[in-house]
Design a protein around this ligand. Structure first.
Ligand code: PLP
Length: 398
């Protein structure tokens, strides 16, 4: 398997994402093969016995591992700089598996409260039912993380940048607090993408992705991945993963492998478009606030400079005219589509207060900075000037 260049240095991301992890069959196919198979056959009963005992390498059953799925995992391992990974059927399968395998009744979890809605459900409701207590803190306030620690705290969990207001948490500082408390830090790195932020290098123990977002990046299939060190995968995740079955389908793994090949091209174009639109929106009198991690006026600019490369593919902005203005602008956009998804080749806009965050109370939304005029834009790979013209026209109606 190709993992280094001619000088034996690790491959740079753009090269690695085209080549890493590829396993070729005896046919020597150029593209990664799609092994759409549930099981595997053995030459002899003795070989089957050895395979099950783990004395011989090879695949046993696609709930555990599959060649196409393994190629996707290997490519993600190379990109993230992790020791091992398990691919999952969705981002939420990754979040719920990583959390559930790490705790038991009586344990305690601390999480930043600016969470993707389903992550909040796993922490408060699913873990709560299993007897795991949780505390939600303002992720940017390090004292709140410290104050939340109890003797039984096992896991810290955070997203950065957050959805939808693109707040940034100091990952290295939170990792230090977690480790001092004897807990592990799990980071949901979806918004940053594996190219713009490396949580493991910042001290996180486990990183998870919804591969549904930038990794597929073309709006086709769901997927997820959990990355960590070998010991955590072997001792904490492995049995949980095998027996509960959150596995990624080989077909989706194949689609995601193709997505990874173009990830650097897409993220660069999306981030350039996002930066251009953020600057335009910041200059409009109809817009009261722009939150973009690539702008110097972002409230967490100092942390961003330390822990992120590049801006972001997402922009959050607030219209002075409130919900009515936000709806008028969304409806007037022609190229940008209204959708709650993100990371897609197509530019997508969503009104969090009435869609992704509608189940929160108004006070909880206000606490997270989700006002009635807030819109979240996921910039696509279209020509930036077409997007700019789309916004210029739409904002006249705001
Ligand atoms: C989308 C998303 C998820 C869930 O991923 P699915 O693939 O939809 O299950 C989790 N965390 C974040 C930050 C997300 O954006």
């Amino acid at each position: 398997m190709l993992t280094t260049n001619a000088e034996h240095r690790p491959l740079r991301p753009a090269t690695s994402l085209v080549h890493s992890g590829t396993m070729r069959s005896p046919f020597g196919e150029t593209s990664e093969a799609l092994f759409l198979t549930q099981g595997f056959v053995y030459d002899t009963a003795e070989a089957a016995e050895r395979r099950f005992k783990g004395e011989e390498p090879g695949f046993v059953y696609s709930r555990y591992a599959n060649p196409t799925t393994r190629m996707f995992e290997e490519r993600m391992i190379a990109l993230e700089g992790a020791e091992d990974a398990r691919a999952t059927a969705s981002g939420m399968a990754a979040v719920s598996s990583a959390l559930q395998c790490s705790v038991k009744a009586g344990d305690h979890v601390v999480a930043a409260r600016a969470l993707f809605g389903s992550c909040r459900y796993i922490i408060e409701t699913v873990l709560g039912r299993a007897g795991v207590a949780s505390t939600l803190v303002d992720g940017r306030d390090l004292d709140q993380w410290r104050a939340a620690v109890r003797p039984e705290t096992k896991v810290f969990f955070l997203e950065s940048p957050t959805n939808p207001t693109l707040e940034v948490v100091d990952i290295a500082a939170v990792a230090e607090i977690a480790h001092a408390a004897g807990a592990i830090l799990i980071v949901d790195n979806v918004f940053a993408t594996p190219l713009q932020q490396k949580p493991l290098e910042l001290g996180a123990d486990v990183v998870i992705y919804s591969a549904t977002k930038h990794i597929d990046g073309q709006g086709r299939c769901l997927g997820g991945v959990i990355l960590s060190n070998q010991q955590w995968i072997d001792e904490t995740l492995q049995d949980f993963f095998r027996h509960t079955g959150p596995s990624l389908s080989p077909f989706n793994a194949w689609t995601l492998l193709k997505g990874l090949e173009t990830l650097p091209l897409r993220v660069a174009q999306q981030s350039a478009n996002a930066a251009k639109l953020a600057d335009f929106l910041a200059g409009s009198p109809k817009v009261s606030r722009v939150l973009y991690p690539g702008r110097a006026d972002h409230p967490d600019a100092a942390i961003i400079a330390r822990q992120m490369k590049g801006g972001s593919t997402l922009v959050a902005f607030e219209l002075a005219g409130g919900k009515e203005a936000a709806f008028r602008v969304s409806n007037a956009l022609r190229i940008v589509k209204i959708s709650n998804n993100l990371g897609d080749a197509k530019s997508l806009i969503t009104h969090p207060a009435t869609t992704t965050h509608k189940s929160l109370t108004e006070e909880a939304r206000a606490e997270l900075g989700i006002g009635p005029g807030l819109l979240r834009l996921s910039a696509g790979i279209e020509d930036g000037d077409d997007l700019l013209e789309d916004f210029e026209r739409a904002l006249r109606l705001a």
